[in-house]
Design a protein around this ligand. Sequence first.
Ligand SMILES: Cc1cc2nc3c(=O)[nH]c(=O)nc-3n(C[C@H](O)[C@H](O)[C@H](O)COP(=O)(O)OP(=O)(O)OC[C@H]3O[C@@H](n4cnc5c(N)ncnc54)[C@H](O)[C@@H]3O)c2cc1C
Length: 451
Amino acid sequence: MPQLPSHAHYVVIGAGIHGLSTAMHLARKLAARGKTVGLAGTRIVVLDKTAIGAGASGIACGVVRNNYYQPAMRELMAHCVSVWESDPEAYSYHPVGYMQISPESMHAQVGSIYEQQKAIGYESVFIEGEAECMRYMQGLLADWQAKNITSVLHEKRGGYANNMASLAGLARKARDAGVDIIEGVEVTSLHMSGGTGHVTAVATSAGVVGCDQVIVGVGPWVNSVWQMLDLPKTVTIKGRDGKRNDGIPMWHYMALQEGTLGVDPDYQKTNDGRMPPVIHVDTDAPLYSDRDGKLITDKMWGIYYKPDFHFGGVQGGAMPAVVDRPADEVRVDPYGPKSPEFVVTDNFADMWTSALAFCQKRFEGKHGVYRKEPSGGIGCFTPDSFPVIDRFRENVYVIADSNHGYKMIGVGDLVSDELLGATSALLEPFRFSRYAEGRLHPVSNSPFPWS
Ligand SMILES: Cc1cc2nc3c(=O)[nH]c(=O)nc-3n(C[C@H](O)[C@H](O)[C@H](O)COP(=O)(O)OP(=O)(O)OC[C@H]3O[C@@H](n4cnc5c(N)ncnc54)[C@H](O)[C@@H]3O)c2cc1C
């Protein structure tokens, strides 16, 4: 493990998807400009309080998709998908495609996503009408039976990647490019200059590191680093009606609910023996328990799933649960499956396995093989649930992805351009100032906060 230096040109906090991607892209671009990266030249140091992949990136389901109702998100995701595609082996990326399967209330909005995907050259197929959707789905998976479905958007690109394997690939590439990754070192405070407020040094559990620039990619821990930066706990948002809404909390948490059905991943192969696309279904049909026939919900619901050898079964999730308390009162550590309070409950298992049976006959009666191990994790969300990617205190770059982010491997590429003086048009819609200025992203009818 490299030693903690007394000074680094770039200090990256967090060895998740964003910290590692930013460090790797930055190092490569510096080298392309003739700079030496490493001990004898420009130093890029990634610090992680635990280890590579100890946060959300290390437990993410790994879904990579373009399907977003917001044009800016879609364009950004198209760039990210091209980064996944640039080295599928190193990133452990499986380009099986992705399907958004929706009820009538989402038909028009998903149709507009399809039109805009065509406009940006992102290959997809759009099926409309209940009978046509059933035919299309049964042509892929003969036991398909989901009801109240009137549109299917089938993205031919995207798919999923294996969480820890992709981070290991990124870390390897970053180290090869001269980046130092130091695990087990926690950033505890930031030294700010009295005059401009820019950060001059990073105080850690192992000593102080002077720095020129800081990049923050701390996922669910962003509220704590936001406080170190002395940034506001609440924001004013100019609404679509032009009115100011004051005192909106900057951060809130939600618990992501995911689990695995312990069947052989081959069990979910398509009619022609291939691995299927990632499936995401939203519907307003009532959902009944596959265990006891009781009504689970008659409101709009949604799930996603994919066969995954890494998880050892069919893995996926459902809508996140609200963590109903102020961000400062949420205990982020211990994180993920180790958390005593934020792991999925039996209600999730019943809902998700019943939803699988609702979609495909092969899953009927399979609730008994649901893996009863702790799973899921919390995510920290911005006021509008879209990313904030911006510079603060002059030299601190914050990547707060509002939990959209494992798929966003390309953000580090764009951030590294900005660290080197460029401005990224793809990142512009994600500036913090959008709240005060009322430049808000459109909101979809999906039951998920990030669609
Ligand atoms: C259960 C679950 C499933 C998900 N599934 C998907 C999915 O399928 N597709 C998708 O696109 N997104 C998914 N997400 C969202 C995605 O995982 C996150 O948005 C993304 O991984 C965040 O990446 P990050 O690099 O910002 O942070 P993280 O991956 O959380 O990494 C942050 C790192 O910072 C370190 N750290 C924190 N504080 C400090 C400090 N003070 N000093 C030093 N180090 C520190 C932590 O140890 C951690 O390793 C999922 C999230 C969860 C919880």
